[in-house]
Design a protein around this ligand. Structure first.
Ligand code: RB5
Length: 168
């Protein structure tokens, strides 16, 4: 059975996404969340958030998100609870990020790497499995606690007290 993963890109990553989908179609069942065509005015958060939500909702277990540098994509993906995105331009990070950190979103920059390396990075990401080791789980639990803490804090946060502009 083919792996099902989401993939998305803005205009900066559009060509690389298209080529990755074409090259890996025999091995991977892609849920392509756009862009569907090249549009120089589109915005990476729209695609990154769609891909990250596909992971957080359980529709897919992993996603690949591409923009020009991969930086914006990773920042946006990491705002979605339950998503652990990493910016990887080497194969070591792509598999170690899964093995140690349970990374479920791989971000890449199409202006940084070419199709050959990107293909190998995606393969390393998809073939890797989380170790499940206690020390790795413990560290992920600490990250989840940060996420939970922010959620709780935002719900309970009181309005800040008025600031006295005349105070020294
Ligand atoms: C788009 O020009 C570019 O800013 C975007 O793809 C990405 O590199 C952002 O991080």
């Amino acid at each position: 059975m083919k792996l099902r993963i989401a993939i998305a890109a803005d205009h900066g990553g559009f060509d690389l996404k298209q080529e990755l989908v074409r090259r890996l179609a025999d091995a991977v069942d892609f849920l392509d969340l756009g862009a569907d065509s090249y549009d120089s005015s589109d915005d990476y958060p729209d695609f990154a958030i769609a891909a990250a939500r596909a992971v957080s909702s359980g529709d897919v277990q992993r996603t690949v998100v591409i923009c020009g540098s991969g930086v914006g994509a990773s920042i946006a993906c990491n705002k979605v609870p339950g998503v652990r995105a990493g910016l990887c331009h080497d194969t070591y990070s792509a598999h170690q990020g899964v093995e140690h950190d349970d990374m479920n979103a791989l971000c890449m920059g199409a202006r940084v790497i070419g199709i050959e390396l990107a293909t190998e990075i995606v393969a390393a990401f998809l073939m890797a499995r989380f170790s499940g080791e206690e020390r790795h789980l413990r560290r992920i639990d600490k990250i989840m606690a940060i996420e939970q803490g922010w959620a709780t804090k935002e719900e309970n946060e009181e309005e800040p007290a008025d600031i006295d502009d005349n105070a020294d």
